[in-house]
Design a protein around this ligand. Structure first.
Ligand code: NAG
Ligand code: NAG
Ligand code: NAG
Ligand code: NAG
Length: 703
């Protein structure tokens, strides 16, 4: 509190001076001219297709950024040294090097140049063309997650779409990459492509754990989603005008920005609702949409919470992104506009206005930087900015991902202190209410030393379907691991709450990576002296005779014997099983270094080389099935591209319940599920050899 008071006092003191101060002070970066301009001479200079400029900062590596304009600049030091324009090597033969879209996927920069996707590996300074894209594309979209050690986080920045903006949905080709853009596969969003409209973009919304496609039908824009329950509805439609660029705001809160020269929209929830950005002054709304102010937007910048807009009329607007509404105010005038100027947030509350300036003497560009201290500017009395009603909002939120698995309850708390005499409303929400249930309450904690009341915000989180409060039509499939962001903020927060960042953290629902399943191995072939670990480690090879396996997993005999190198490094010594003793593996659940329990859930096995010389002890009938059980061949029929996870917890249906779609027609069919309530076992044929099984737990309720 003391710090706040000091700042406030100092600001009051400075007032008469601050008034005369400009919006920002300009400094010119003019360094490193003896730079390695080698790159420049061997390449074709890239340029941006639009009349607007745009600056993309790497959300995780803050000093790396790309400036898009009539020239393009790639910086590794936040434009703190002069640069030659960014070029693509002539060897890439791009033709007309016009850039329409760019995206940082962790350690590479993806650029769409002349309708193809190129990869620039900036760590090793290597260019390449992305694989798998057969048709022209204009855009790449993706997101970033900065907790780099987390596996789910890695999946986030590896997920990238490439597509052609504005193409008819019925004819368009969409590409998807799960390796950060190195290679792409064709992607189909299902029957949505039967719509009559055009493609406005396709995105993976990690805050909802699904992708969403923006369809443009005439002058209406609308999002379509891939997963239950959103799949059965669609986003609310909004007035769509000419191509809009869509920005996924960093931080996985679900914020999207849509813009072009004439329009600016934002969505607080991944497109389910798209709203205008209001222009306010003091307590008044001047325009319900900034575009009604007859301006031409030149460039915009966002970070996790803030938005800045510069127009060709040289108006600079600032606002904070809100869940209920987003508004901007006009900052004091100072001429900063030029065709080259771009904006970026250096930090929260620190906006930088960046202008590349050509230096004819060195063929490089210097950078003029004008740094705006938003908090200081907002104190200008002329702006009539209402005071922030909250003095403090804090919580011990780790900058990492929490996990909520099947039956766990997560309890978190934060505290907040309103300014005396005000009653701001705290806002606690999750980005994916379909998977994560939330129960929150406020508690008064007593007074602080300077007499303000302190409150505690308590939040209990659990998987939505366990919260016992929701209709099944509201919850997403429990079988699918999802991610949700928890956000604590203040409702309709004043623009002056610059330093009051919302608290947020990522929560993984349903996939605790510290847990693992281990197959008990009490008697191994090595301890019994049958196999020698030293031999096994030396690329031990065994032969599977052609009568015993099917490379296509259909139970037909193969035409050739198979030589298999035993993967000792991954598997260790094989367990020892005698063919005349029925066998069922014992599974243990471990969390970190501790054995938690013996797994009693249902699971299935498949021999990875296609060996079929084993059977199961039970039939549908003796397993007391009430409907026809699934089996490997029925699962294969459903999904022709076979993998070991073809039969999994998402598509598993227990036979112990009635199912009118699968009546029990073949009671003598083999029951191929182990574990759970039956004592089903594997019976091996009389054949000596090594079997390697892939095991999947299929019980969707198992943690
Ligand atoms: C860019 O601006 C020029 C001149 O104002 C205009 O003729 C041109 O159509 C604009 N291009 C785009 C892509 O908006
Ligand atoms: C739940 O969803 C199904 C399928 O979309 C629909 O038929 C049913 O009417 C919905 N029920 C309710 C209560 O909304
Ligand atoms: C095993 O095979 C791999 C790949 O063929 C080879 O690199 C390695 O040297 C071999 N190891 C031994 C111990 O022979
Ligand atoms: C697998 O299930 C189908 C019915 O879904 C049945 O016709 C078939 O016989 C079963 N296969 C085996 C090997 O039992």
């Amino acid at each position: 509190m003391l710090v706040w008071m000091l700042v406030a006092t100092a600001a009051v003191w400075l007032w008469p001076l601050a008034r005369a101060q400009p919006l920002c002070g300009t400094r010119t970066i003019r360094t490193g001219k003896v730079l390695d301009s080698t790159q420049h001479h061997y390449g074709d200079d890239l340029y941006f297709s639009s009349n607007t400029t745009f600056l993309i900062k790497h959300p995780c590596r803050k000093h790396i950024a790309l400036y898009l304009g009539a020239d393009i600049f790639f910086t590794r030091d936040n434009f703190e040294s002069s640069l030659t324009p960014f070029s693509i090597p002539e060897s890439m033969e791009v033709g007309n090097p016009v850039v329409t879209s760019a995206h940082f996927s962790d350690r590479i920069l993806l650029l769409v140049v002349n309708q193809k996707v190129y990869i620039y590996d900036y760590l090793d300074n290597i260019w390449d063309e992305a694989e798998g894209i057969q048709h022209p594309v204009s855009h790449v979209t993706g997101d970033n997650c900065c907790y780099s050690l987390n596996k789910l986080c890695t999946e986030m920045h590896n997920t990238v779409f490439a597509y052609m903006h504005g193409e008819d949905l019925s004819q368009t080709h969409i590409y998807f990459s799960d390796n950060g853009g190195y290679s792409f596969d064709s992607y189909s969003p299902g029957n949505q492509l039967e719509l009559p409209g055009t493609l406005g973009g396709i995105f993976f919304f990690h805050s909802l754990s699904q992708s969403g496609m923006l369809a443009v039908l005439g002058d209406i824009g609308m999002f379509f989603y891939t997963e239950h329950p959103l799949k059965h509805r669609m986003g609310l439609s909004f007035q769509y005008d000419s191509p809009l660029e869509v920005i996924i705001v960093p931080g996985q809160r679900g914020f999207l920005i849509f813009w072009n020269e004439k329009h600016l929209f934002m969505s607080p929830n991944s497109g389910q609702l798209v709203d205008t950005v209001r222009l306010t002054k003091g307590e008044n709304v001047l325009f319900s949409s900034i575009t009604d102010a007859s301006v031409t937007i030149h460039t915009i910048a966002t970070n996790e919470n803030e938005l800045a807009v510069l127009t060709r009329e040289d108006h600079l607007y600032y606002g904070s992104l809100g869940f209920l509404s987003t508004s901007v105010i006009k900052l004091p005038h100072q001429p900063v506009w030029s065709p080259e100027v771009a904006l970026m947030f250096h930090d929260s509350g620190r906006l930088e206005i960046l202008t590349p300036v050509f230096d004819g003497s060195s063929l490089a560009f210097d950078f003029e930087k004008c740094s705006v201290n938003i908090q200081a500017v907002l104190m200008e009395p002329e702006l009539q900015v209402p005071k922030c009603k909250v003095e403090l909002l804090q919580g011990q939120f780790e900058e990492d991902m929490y996990t909520i698995d099947m039956n766990s309850l997560l309890i978190l708390s934060a505290s907040f202190i309103p300014r005396p005499g005000t009653s701001p409303i705290p806002l606690v929400m999750v980005s994916n209410p379909y998977s994560l249930g939330l129960h929150a309450f406020i508690e008064e904690l007593g007074n602080t030393l300077d007499g303000n009341t302190k409150y505690s915000l308590n939040v209990q989180l659990q998987q939505q379907q366990h919260s016992g409060r929701t209709h099944p039509n509201f919850t997403s499939s429990i079988k699918r691991p999802t991610v949700s962001t928890l956000i604590m903020d203040i409702a309709n927060k004043e623009i002056s709450c610059v330093d009051l960042k919302p608290l947020s953290m990522l929560i993984s629902v349903g996939c605790d990576l510290t847990k693992k399943i281990v197959v008990q191995n009490k008697i191994s072939a090595c301890t019994k002296g049958i196999l020698d670990p030293v031999d096994l480690q030396r690329n031990y090879t065994y032969i599977i005779e052609k009568e015993a396996y099917d490379p296509n997993f259909l139970g037909h005999k193969a035409t050739n014997d198979l030589f298999v190198v035993y993967p000792y490094k991954d598997l260790g010594c094989p367990r020892l099983v005698y063919f005349n003793t029925p066998w069922k593996p014992v599974l243990e659940l471990w969390q970190e270094e501790e054995m938690k329990e013996i797994v009693d859930a249902e699971y299935v096995l498949v021999e990875v080389n296609g060996l079929f010389t084993y059977s199961y002890s039970l039939t549908a009938d003796s397993a007391h099935c009430r409907s026809q059980p699934q089996n490997w061949s029925s699962m294969k029929q459903e999904k022709p591209s076979f993998t070991f996870t073809t039969w999994n917890r998402e598509n598993y249906i227990s036979c112990h319940e009635h199912n009118k779609d699968m009546p029990l027609r073949w009671p003598n069919a083999e029951y191929q599920v182990l574990g759970g309530k039956t004592d089903n076992e594997i019976i091996f044929d009389q054949r000596n050899g090594i079997y390697i099984f892939y095991l999947s737990i299929v019980d969707p309720y198992y943690r």
